[in-house]
Design a protein around this ligand. Structure first.
Ligand code: F7E
Length: 347
């Protein structure tokens, strides 16, 4: 593959996802040649990167067909592209769904990561590998906040798969000297978040309710708390982690937790709707104070069989080693998402 000697080449698995699309933007802006792996499907799912295919960096963006379960074609793509940086952000990422499809979740998040490590181990040149690990590998940690030394204790199939993959990255780093980094990221959100994650369900629902297109949103556990940050900031950390002198694991988090209830209250308030919550647990509802209408309801079907607890990250190492710090946190994330979804509806 021809390229100018000074141009950096990156391969992104998961380029059509929230993080992949922001990372592709960032790398193109930095002058990289960006290669992305996309899945062959009957329907195109490229809405998040469509703008990049016609933008100024379009000549530096190349897409390749493969699948996380097709290790031979992944190997072929890596050999052809010869990337210096590989960002592995792909895989089944819904925790609730991982209870329904644990085997696919493991194949995509655990086995495929190992396959990539094997592919990179065989390369005749040095490559840097970023693995999107997750706070879910801590599951029900004994301590909060968690840092890079907190023991893994996953409580769902997704967390188990991520724990395996993260440990394998550590093993390949130690055994083969591979530049492999685990970004142990806590929840990070944006208007590009999939609609079945709670933040987007809330922001889109609030926007539609405000526009008179929907009556209510139905959620699960409102007491669940998460350390919510802003995805465009998190992809900066991913890039920084591969520019460091040595490969390490980093907690990527805001350090503050917000409940689903407070996240919803902030999103609705941003669009001029104050909420009054009543009832408890699985019977809780929220009304708009201006109209009295119920706009939020809890349905136990959205509860998880086991809920991860006290997931709160201590990102001091990322701050010290990479100069990275999350700036947009919890309620501010909710406000920005609600605003963006409402603006998109109006447009
Ligand atoms: O749930 C509660 C739910 O599905 C957040 C992924 O990126 O971050 C994400 O995983 C919380 C949970 O994200 C609904 O029980 C209430 O406590 O938006 P979520 P997640 O499970 O935290 C981690 C770090 C990842 O690595 C994952 O890939 O919200 N919740 N009601 C609900 N959740 C959903 N989805 N839908 C509800 O109606």
């Amino acid at each position: 593959m021809s390229r100018s000697p000074r141009q950096k080449t990156a391969l992104i698995l998961g380029i059509t996802g929230q993080d992949g699309s922001y990372l592709a933007e960032l790398l193109l802006a930095k002058g990289y040649a960006v290669h992305g792996v996309v899945r062959r499907a009957s329907m195109f799912n490229r809405s998040r990167i469509e703008h990049l295919r016609s933008g100024t960096g379009r000549n530096r963006l190349t897409l390749h067909y493969s699948d996380l379960t097709d290790h031979t074609s992944l190997r072929r793509i890596v050999q052809k592209v010869a990337p210096r940086e590989v960002y592995h952000l792909a895989g089944q990422s819904h925790v609730g769904l991982s209870f329904e499809i644990p085997e696919v979740t493991s194949e995509e998040n655990a086995t495929a990561t190992l396959a990539l490590l094997e592919i990179l181990r065989d390369l005749p040149y040095a490559v840097k590998f970023y693995h999107a690990a997750s706070s879910e590998l801590f599951g029900a940690p004994r301590t909060a906040p968690q840092n890079e030394t907190t023991p893994v204790n996953p409580v769902n199939p997704y967390g188990c798969a991520k724990a395996f993959a993260a440990q394998m990255c550590r093993v390949y780093r130690q055994a083969y000297g591979l530049f492999a980094v685990n970004g142990i990221a806590y929840n990070h959100e944006s208007p590009r978040r999939g609609e079945n994650f709670v933040t987007r369900k809330i922001s889109l629902g609030a926007a539609r309710i405000r526009a008179g297109q929907q009556k209510e949103i139905v959620l699960g556990n409102l007491d669940a708390k998460r350390d919510w940050g802003w995805a465009p900031e998190f992809v900066e950390a991913m890039w920084l982690a591969l520019q460091a002198d040595e490969p390490r694991d980093y907690i990527l988090a805001t350090g503050r937790a917000t409940s689903v209830r407070d996240f919803a209250a902030a999103a609705f308030a941003e669009l001029g709707m104050k909420l009054k919550f009543s009832g408890k647990g699985r019977a809780e509802t929220a009304r708009r104070t201006d109209t009295g209408a119920v706009v939020l309801r809890v349905d136990p079907k959205f509860y998880r069989p086991v809920e991860s607890t006290t997931l709160l990250g201590d990102a001091r190492l990322a701050r010290k080693a990479l100069g990275w710090k999350a700036a947009t946190i919890g309620p501010a994330v909710a406000r920005q998402m609600a605003r963006a979804d409402f603006a998109a509806l109006k447009a």
